[in-house]
Design a protein around this ligand. Sequence first.
Ligand SMILES: [Zn+2]
Length: 226
Amino acid sequence: MASIQERSVNGNGLYFPRNGEYSSVENFFLERGWNVKHGDNGILVGTSFQSVLNCGDDRFKNGEVPEDHRYGPSIFGGAVGIAALRREPTLEGVRRATLDISALGYRAGMHGDVENDELGCGFNRLLLNGYFNGVVGTPAIDLKTARQVLDEHGGSYVDLSGIHTAVGLNFNFVPGTTILSDGNNFGVDGWFALLIDGVEPDRLLELTAATVEALKPDAKNVTIYT
Ligand SMILES: [Zn+2]
């Protein structure tokens, strides 16, 4: 893990040695019994200014969600996920995450689904059920209130529909880019989370892997983009 924890603040945030980063992430997943491959960066697209940081849910498909959600970076749980990654799974933590996402030129996002409202986000449901307590601490978040916090700060919420169809995970470390969901993969833009002060790489890897394993145990296939 040491190589992706190396940080040098140079005015642009963080610098990650690319080869070291890949092997660190690769080894983490191999040790958990995943299939791992290195992705072709040709499928990456640039994120849009003021687009929405939302969840890595595979249901962010073309035509079903607003463009500004598709062209924003993804982290499981969206803004709530950022708060959890910082071990601040509280409303104040969500508020802080929302402001920090805005400071990076994006907007804070959350989602639910048409059947379960706010609990339709699998990550947030796992979080509130205590699934990640050992990693992030005990959550104290009411999701409807969290949604209001986002609303008050220019954030955005969307309900998704359908069931999880992902057969893998796209895990992207190329700054400023994302992968448009086609329903075949969960998508996490690790570079974004690592720009947020207080997010540790090992916690990002753990929560990302654990979320996929819980939501779709047969999707333990990761493609890493560096
Ligand atoms: Zn979600």
